[in-house]
Design a protein around this ligand. Structure first.
Ligand code: CDT
Length: 304
């Protein structure tokens, strides 16, 4: 029997620092309702979808830093999004900043949770590739993710979502081939991804015209080389004075962009993903069992 999954990417426009969590969650519920009305079975929201992208600032006060984090999911304010998922019978992947007591200490991760169509928790991913620095560096765009977040410690897990194998990735992860290859090797059919990407980087003005190309290039290559559907949600537009790129998209295992956002604002794009296309693409080029040579893939010490 043919297998399909109707995927919605819910891009958001900017989420200003002045916006309350309740206001932002209300926006996400509205997007989820739009996605459900368009027939979506699963939705992906951006990285850090509950707040402004605060790593653009150096903050020293712990209470202020922690005000951007969630201590439990769902929490009192985010519960309405989970209730909406259950009411609409549409699950979602949501990026947020996670504060957790683990190994006897407070830890902070850049996290995405997968929630089922009953509003229940399915699984968690913590961003592996944490970019930027922990202190502002002269001549570079201030991007202090490494000040606020530890790299993820959960690997690249893949979860069952209504019979479909779903993995997650967060922003800078999308630029790394390991992300897609690990998710593919773990059995993923669909990768849900959220991002906040500055339009301009002070350190590389000569590359400014390539920002959107370099957004789509690795995701298209990752989808193609690993025979995956990739659905990516941007936080876009002018957020607290910083321009973020949009370009949210749904990419087929052929590497083609099947749907793309047209705005820098709240926007829903939907595509009915043919999961059998994965098998077709695998047969054509990427039969891993037949052609991959993992026993021969090794680092040769003298050459590295
Ligand atoms: N959020 C995130 O990971 N953004 C990065 C920009 C890093 S600029 C130092 C990205 O790869 O889009």
């Amino acid at each position: 029997m043919a297998r399909f999954l109707t995927i919605a990417v819910c891009q958001t426009g900017p989420i200003q620092r002045s916006a309350s969590r309740a206001e932002t969650v209300g926006r996400l519920v509205h997007l989820l309702e739009k996605a459900a009305a368009a027939g979506a079975e699963i939705v992906v929201f951006p990285e850090m979808a509950l707040t402004t992208f605060f790593p653009r600032w150096r903050i020293d006060d712990t209470a202020e830093i922690e005000s951007f984090f969630e201590r439990s999911m769902p929490g009192p304010v985010t519960q309405s999004l989970y209730d909406a998922a259950a009411r609409l019978k549409v699950g979602f992947a949501l990026g947020y900043s996670e504060l957790v007591q683990e190994d006897g200490r407070t830890r902070r991760f850049n996290t995405m949770d997968l929630v089922g169509p009953d509003g229940g928790f399915i699984g968690r991913y913590r961003k592996m590739h944490v970019p930027g620095s922990s202190e502002p560096e002269a001549g570079t765009t201030t991007h202090l993710e490494r000040r606020y977040f530890e790299p993820g410690n959960l690997g690249f897990p893949v979860f069952d979502y209504c019979g479909v194998r779903v993995g997650m990735a967060i922003c800078n992860d999308r630029r790394w081939p390991e992300t897609y290859r690990m998710l593919c090797l773990n059995g993923a059919e669909v990768v849900l991804l959220g991002y906040n990407t500055p339009l301009l980087l002070d350190e590389a003005p000569a590359l400014a015209h390539l920002r959107m190309f370099h957004n789509h290039l690795p995701m298209q290559a990752g989808a193609y080389q690993n025979t995956l559907w990739v659905a990516a949600a941007a936080k876009a537009g002018l957020e607290d004075g910083q321009a973020l790129i949009g370009g949210s998209c749904i990419i087929a295992p052929t590497g083609e962009i099947a749907a793309q956002a047209l705005s820098l604002d709240d926007e829903v794009i939907v595509h009915r993903a043919d999961l059998d296309l994965i098998t077709t693409c695998r047969k054509v080029n990427f039969d891993f069992a037949l052609y991959r040579r993992p026993d021969q893939y090794r680092l040769i010490a003298e050459q590295v």
